[in-house]
Write a protein that binds this ligand. Structure first.
Ligand SMILES: N=c1c2ncn([C@@H]3O[C@H](COP(=O)(O)OP(=O)(O)OP(=O)(O)O)[C@@H](O)[C@H]3O)c2ncn1[C@@H]1O[C@H](COP(=O)(O)O)[C@@H](O)[C@H]1O
Length: 105
């Protein structure tokens, strides 16, 4: 089943090499990895600001911006949402508390 993130990922892959005059994905990709990563950081900060001010509609909008820019960054690195899903599946059932306690000193 294709969800909205899968559809977004497919669109981003298709637009990466598009026309920077008409495609934001192409324009941002053209600016390079560092600029894409900077946008992810900015959008994450905006999620944090919305969260601490309890701006729920803002959180939804900023979270969408963050996920979108994260997908652009993953695509630029040749990574996919399935790579992230696989890592989350690997962690499934492993408590974060137990995992941290088992880390080498
Ligand atoms: N989901 C999004 C999406 N979310 C946010 N944005 C854009 O992300 C940009 C973020 O705005 P900012 O002001 O933070 O960034 P900026 O204008 O680059 O400013 P600077 O940081 O460079 O100064 C805006 O232009 C938003 O419109 C998105 N642009 C595209 N998509 C999806 O990607 C698809 C392909 O888009 P295009 O590549 O533009 O065809 C679209 O159909 C959508 O599904």
């Amino acid at each position: 089943m294709t969800d909205s993130l899968d559809a977004l990922e497919a669109t981003i892959r298709a637009r990466r090499t598009g026309d920077p005059d008409t495609s934001y994905v192409a324009r941002l990709t053209h600016k390079g990895r560092a600029k894409i990563a900077q946008k992810v950081g900015e959008e994450a900060t905006e999620v944090v600001i919305a969260a601490v001010t309890d701006d729920k509609p803002g959180m939804v909008g900023e979270a969408a911006d963050l996920l979108f820019h994260l997908c652009v960054l993953l695509a630029d690195a040749g990574l996919s949402l399935d790579d992230v899903r696989a890592e989350l599946a690997r962690r499934e059932g492993v408590s974060g508390i137990a995992e941290k306690a088992a880390r080498p000193a």
